[in-house]
Design a binder for this molecule. Structure first.
Ligand SMILES: Cc1cc2nc3c(=O)[nH]c(=O)nc-3n(C[C@H](O)[C@H](O)[C@H](O)COP(=O)(O)O)c2cc1C
Length: 298
């Protein structure tokens, strides 16, 4: 069945392929209940992940697919990005996502990450409020929160001209997270997603470090060939070793890609396009291969 995926995806284009993948996740999730094989479990950011392979943000914007994901072998999922007010074609907005997440029963079978961001039309000065609004309302439903720094055709906190604003956002989030943790006694890890394709990665990582966040999601194909990208991942992961775990996303299409990222120092992985192209069976086959490789290493 999954072979037809790439054929249909090629013929009808990306939005159709995404819809097809989402429908097949729903369908397969209703019948399949294979959690990842034991042996892949790992602890990252203080959370226990049954597999290092997760769903990248943007695929399950509303949180509707989350219940089907554990049965397909996913070790975690990042829903969103959630933004305060609805934007057609982008997000149903904070209140709609909150309602959905409130309907999920605890304990959650796999860690649920919630990516938060800002509305396209938000004036720069109001951006910290967009993040705080999402953080305050989604905190209780999330196992971890991700700060998404950029919006296509909208504000972008990756840019050097927005560096002062980035510090304001990070400081506000840092203050608020302590207030929330002391109120409900639960510390929710916060990761920051940095798109290497937008440049200034090393500077941005310094900001993440300075503010004491818990994880770094390093995204983007980046420039250069595959070995250059792996070398960059290895360099950043080494520099952050024992301080901030790195989650790698972008261009993971096969079990081999996944293994290479882990070998380069990634603590966790996220897939998007690979799964749209190959179908959700990709995750199980990556899990099986990672397990076989780890047995081979012993
Ligand atoms: C249609 C589409 C929508 C996306 N929306 C988001 C989003 O809302 N938030 C986010 O952090 N990343 C978003 N992403 C980026 C993905 O999470 C991921 O970083 C990127 O697609 C690279 O991974 P891939 O090569 O496996 O696709 C989106 C990607 C696509 C293709």
């Amino acid at each position: 069945m999954y072979e037809t995926f790439s054929t249909l995806a090629g013929r009808f284009g990306a939005p159709y392929a995404r819809k097809l993948a989402a429908a097949s996740i729903r369908m397969a999730g209703a019948f399949e209940s294979a959690s990842p094989p034991p042996g892949l479990r790992r602890t990252v950011m203080g959370l226990s992940f049954p597999s290092p392979v997760g769903l990248a943000a943007g695929f399950d914007k509303r949180g509707t697919l989350y219940p089907a994901l554990p049965g397909l072998g996913f070790g975690f999922a990042e829903i969103g990005s959630v933004i305060p007010r609805p934007e057609p074609g982008r997000s149903p907005g904070l209140m709609a996502v909150m309602q959905r997440l409130a309907s999920y029963r605890a304990p959650r079978p796999i860690p649920l990450g919630v990516s938060i961001s800002m509305n396209r039309a938000t004036p720069l000065k109001q951006i910290p409020m967009d993040y705080l609004d999402c953080l305050q309302k989604l905190w209780r439903y999330a196992d971890y929160i991700t700060l998404n720094l950029g919006v296509r055709a909208g504000p972008d906190l990756h840019l050097p001209e927005n560096r002062a604003l980035l510090h304001v956002v990070f400081s506000a989030i840092k203050r608020e997270r302590w207030a929330l943790a002391s109120m409900d006694g639960r510390r929710v890890p916060i990761a920051v997603k940095i798109d290497q394709g937008r440049g200034h990665t090393a500077d941005l990582i310094d900001c993440v470090r300075e503010h004491g966040f818990d994880g770094l999601i390093l995204s983007g194909e980046g420039k250069g060939d595959k070995s250059a990208r792996l070398a960059a991942l290895e360099r950043f992961a080494n520099a952050l070793w024992d301080e901030i775990p790195v989650i790698s996303v972008g261009g993971i299409h096969t079990a081999r890609d996944a293994q290479e990222r882990l070998d380069a120092g990634a603590a966790l992985l996220q897939v998007y396009t690979g799964m749209v192209q190959s179908g959700p069976g990709l995750v199980k086959s990556i899990n099986a291969q990672l397990l076989a490789n780890s047995v081979g290493y012993r």
